[in-house]
Design a protein around this ligand. Structure first.
Ligand SMILES: [Cu+2]
Length: 379
């Protein structure tokens, strides 16, 4: 029977000296993160919960610095203290150690407690951004395009194309999505970012606290001219790119002025989301069979094949083209194949909600022709 003997364990002669050195360095690191103004590397905070996010960043950076100093420091120290000596046999190996219950207990408990604490601190902030419902929030929307942002406001028709304005000190509920590819909406001064994904709405909640103009930055590579979404460059002829776009925080009076300006300017604008292809879709050769398969994939989550009143998200579509009780479509146009194609192409935002456009639904012109042929075959 093999006898187990605990080998003599040594931590090396300098162990407690370097431990004291690491403790002093860590204390310096923590002091640095707690006292250095973040304004050196980031714009000054201009919205709540920006300050809380900065505190979390300081806390994580301070803990991370201490952890790094101890882990990297001991690796270097032990590599030096237990290096191979000249007088060692060529095949000598170090002392082999298994099972140290005390050590294992603490290296499980301490990181676990740390991760739980971090989750607690993060979720507290995350809850306010994602879930809490402000009572007097202004609900606004931003849509990413290649390569610019547009904005939608309650009681303003169509899309606002230059800048986004909000009044200072009023909670904002911002819904973001995209009309083409994945973009991202980031205002560094607010410390908040949300991905803009076609067909998905992401929401962030915050309260701007300082009047000013803050650049909006796209942080998702979204095509060849991605860089122009946050650069101030001259716009090329005929190309829709306002360059850098700003998130402007106004006094309430300035905001009202801007808001009314757009209500008047957009009074006759269409509420259809900007479509990607221009011109009418050719409906010739539409295949109802292919349309039926597409419908099951792309539409049945929101539409039943049933009477108009059978709502899921949008209305039932069985009688959309052949029901005498349904002469007009939801956008007020006559129920004709061409007008249905227009809704599929451009999308429509009405009383019931948003019918996504062809880009958001991932439809080609051919798909639209097939879908219209299918809808036309339902009687
Ligand atoms: Cu982008």
């Amino acid at each position: 029977m093999v006898e187990h003997r605990t080998p003599a364990v040594s931590l090396g002669r300098g162990f407690w000296t370097v431990t004291a050195l690491f403790a002093v360095l860590s204390a310096l690191g923590i002091w640095y993160w707690e006292t250095t103004p973040l304004d050196n590397i980031l714009p000054a905070v201009a919205a709540q919960p920006g300050a809380d996010i900065d505190s979390l960043l300081r806390f994580m950076a301070a803990c991370g610095t201490a952890l790094f100093i101890f882990v990297a420091g001991y690796i270097v120290y032990f590599a030096i203290a237990f290096r191979a000596r000249k007088e060692d046999a060529p095949d000598a190996i170090g002392v082999q150690i298994h099972d140290n219950h005390k050590l294992e207990f603490w290296w499980t408990i301490i990181p676990t407690a740390f991760v739980v604490l971090l989750s607690f601190l993060s979720v507290r902030i995350w809850y306010g951004i994602q879930i809490a419902q402000p009572t007097n929030g202004l609900v606004v929307e931003s849509i990413g395009h290649q390569w610019y942002y547009t904005f939608r406001y309650p009681q303003v028709h169509g899309e606002i194309t230059d800048e986004m304005h909000v009044p200072v000190n009023q909670p904002v509920v911002l819904n973001v999505t995209s009309a083409d590819v994945i973009h991202s909406f980031w205002v560094p001064a607010f410390r908040l970012k949300a991905d803009m994904v076609p067909g998905l709405i992401n929401t962030i909640r915050f309260t701007p606290t300082k009047v000013g103009r803050y650049p909006i930055v796209c942080t998702e590579f979204c095509g060849t001219r991605h860089g122009e979404m946050d650069a101030e460059i001259p716009t090329e002829n005929g190309q829709k790119n306002p360059g850098a776009q700003y998130f402007v925080v106004d006094s309430p009076a300035d905001f009202q002025k801007w808001y009314h300006g757009w209500q008047v300017k957009n009074a006759n604008a269409s509420d259809a989301l900007a479509s990607v292809s221009s011109g009418a879709v050719s409906l010739a050769g539409g295949d109802a069979h292919a349309g039926q398969a597409l419908f099951a994939q792309k539409c049945s989550a929101c539409h039943a094949v049933g009477p108009f009143s059978q709502r899921i998200v949008g209305p039932g579509l069985k009688g959309v083209l052949h029901d005498p009780a349904h002469p007009n479509l939801v956008d007020g146009d006559k129920a004709t194949p061409e007008n249905v194609a227009k809704i599929l192409q451009q999308g429509y935002k009405g009383d019931m909600g948003v019918m996504p456009n062809e880009a958001a639904n991932g439809l080609s012109d051919k798909d639209i022709a097939n879908l219209v042929a299918y809808l036309n075959s339902l009687k």
